[in-house]
Design a protein around this ligand. Structure first.
Ligand code: SF4
Ligand code: SF4
Ligand code: FES
Length: 507
């Protein structure tokens, strides 16, 4: 550790870090465009200039490493004047069209402009004008707003190594050009450049003019797309304004930083999966008994009759649902003396580049493996009277599904928990409506054995109940009680949502 002073206050900081990194950790804000923790340092925007006592000129905080005894000023009058100058240059050709810009509300240029108050343009030359281009199926580019930070190009060069962008021309004509639009279409991570762009120069075609970001609430969740368990920021329609039927309650998924996980980026498949949660078509909203919709009481009577009669039974867990839901089923099976199985999850060939994408398309497959749950396909006898199958199983495609389907058709009491009408619910005596991801808090164990908490913020539609409520009524007050019991009993550790925090815990 070394000792430095920032704005006259003493700090002991780690050696070898840059001033910007140290300040970010200490919560000292230094404006910046080109710096991004997931990319190399470019030092080209000059927005992060700071004063260092003894240095003749202002220095860029993003590329200057702290030295013992350094005295840094991040908000002196000289620094503020320099930032104002940098902004004035950036805004020379900028259209300042915030009212129609999709980045508005989450744009740092807009914030810095407010902070430093550049309201008058001194140049007498007209502003440079460029056409807005749709450069790929997913991305549009508006050069008028570009601040030439090169984050987009560095991401494509350094992270995906696909090199679709380059910087062309010189002086005030300099701009970013897409030299490989087909490559951008094929790149499974291309939409990250819209998040990386600090201004509204790159955006997602499908988000364009769709929603003002200040009309959304943000929650953190775990992607359901594969076993990687990337962290998502979920933008939800705010409850204070009428719901736009063309947009739906789930507005957007983007990456939520988690240094222990995927860090700063997500794949496009995960990003665009938000649409699945806006579609209520085919949703199971009431219990169905022998093909007819019934009320909760009739469904519970059937469930009790099936499971209180001392018959033999089997429960098939789901790698697509949370630890809490699976654990409720395990607990119920253990209390009733039922056998427990798991299906094999759906696998998909990896795209190029794959980076952190996993083949196994199920967010909680690792839980089944950790608990060494036998596969359905390894079931020795299928001589059961009761079979209970957990929801979302319809998305798992392999031989285990054929086996489950034949079991459901054959046994006396077949019960399925489903979010929608599937061939499993259709072939069960009783199907019970279960919540979807985002409708209830839950944890998922990823391929790296990290258990992470995903926020259920949408609430269940009327008629839907979580699985633990169907099984145990009021025995648990919420999913967190199940997580605590699961952690204690199966992992011999103490866990709750607070302990998991935003980063999760490695098991
Ligand atoms: S398009 Fe955006 S990310 Fe790329 S250089 Fe311009 S401002 Fe930076
Ligand atoms: S890699 Fe997997 S978990 Fe991560 S965003 Fe893509 S689908 Fe989701
Ligand atoms: S953030 Fe330091 S020069 Fe751009």
């Amino acid at each position: 550790m070394i000792n430095i002073k920032i704005n006259e206050a003493d700090h002991a900081v780690e050696e070898g870090r840059t001033i910007l990194e140290v300040c970010r950790e200490l919560g000292i804000d230094i404006p910046h465009f080109c710096y991004h923790p997931g990319l190399s340092i470019a030092g080209n925007c000059r927005m992060c200039l700071v004063e260092i006592k003894g240095m003749p000129k202002l220095m860029t905080a993003c590329s200057t490493v702290v030295q013992d005894g350094m005295e840094i000023l991040t908000d002196s009058d000289t620094v503020k004047e320099a930032r104002k100058g940098v902004l004035e240059f950036i805004l020379l050709d900028h259209p300042v069209d915030c009212p129609i810009c999709d980045k508005s509300g989450e744009c740092v240029l807009q914030d810095y402009n407010f902070d430093y108050g550049i309201s008058k343009r001194r140049s007498i030359f007209p502003k440079e004008r460029h056409k807005v281009e749709k450069i790929s199926e997913k991305i549009y580019k508006n050069d008028n707003r570009c601040v030439l930070c090169t984050r987009c190009g560095r991401f494509l060069n350094e992270v995906t190594k696909t090199h679709e962008f380059t910087t062309i021309e010189r002086g005030s004509h300099t701009h970013i050009a897409c030299v490989d639009p087909d490559g951008l279409d094929k790149n499974p991570f291309s939409s990250n450049i819209a998040d990386l762009c600090p201004v509204g120069a790159l955006g997602l075609n499908e988000f364009r003019f769709r929603k003002r970001v200040w009309l959304t609430d943000h929650v953190r969740a775990v992607c359901q797309g594969c076993e990687a368990g990337c962290n998502l920021t979920v933008d939800l329609h705010t409850r204070h304004t009428p719901l736009d039927p063309n947009v739906g309650p789930v507005v957007r998924f983007s990456s939520a930083d988690n240094y222990s996980m995927q860090r700063y980026f997500i794949c496009d498949e995960g990003r665009y999966s938000y649409k699945n949660y806006n579609n209520m078509e085919g949703r199971l909203l009431n219990p169905v008994l022998n093909g007819n919709e019934v009320n909760e009481e009739e469904a519970l009577t059937f469930l009790k009759e099936a499971t209180d009669s001392g018959l033999t039974g089997a429960v098939v867990l789901s790698p697509l649902v949370s630890v809490e839901e699976n654990y409720a089923a395990i607990l119920f099976a253990e209390e009733k003396g039922y056998d427990i199985f798991r299906p094999s999850p759906f696998r998909k060939e990896l795209p190029e580049p794959a980076l952190f994408i996993e083949k196994v398309k199920a967010p909680n497959h690792r839980m089944m493996k950790l608990l060494e749950i036998p596969k359905v396909t390894d079931m020795e006898s299928s001589d059961y009277d009761v079979v209970i199958v957990l929801h979302n199983i319809g998305s798992i495609r392999d031989n285990s599904l054929v086996k489950i389907l034949s079991l459901l058709k054959r046994v006396k009491y077949s019960i399925t928990f489903e979010t929608e009408h599937t061939e499993f619910s259709e072939n069960s005596k009783l199907s019970l409506p279960a919540p979807m991801f985002l409708e209830e808090d839950g944890c998922y164990i990823n391929s790296g054995k990290r258990i992470q908490h995903s926020t259920g913020s949408l609430g269940y539609p009327q008629g839907v109940r979580p699985l633990w409520k169907w099984f145990f009524g009021k025995r648990f007050s919420g999913p967190e009680g199940l997580l605590k019991q699961f952690a204690k009993e199966k992992l011999a550790i103490e866990l709750d949502y607070e302990k998991l925090g935003q980063e999760g815990v490695e098991l």
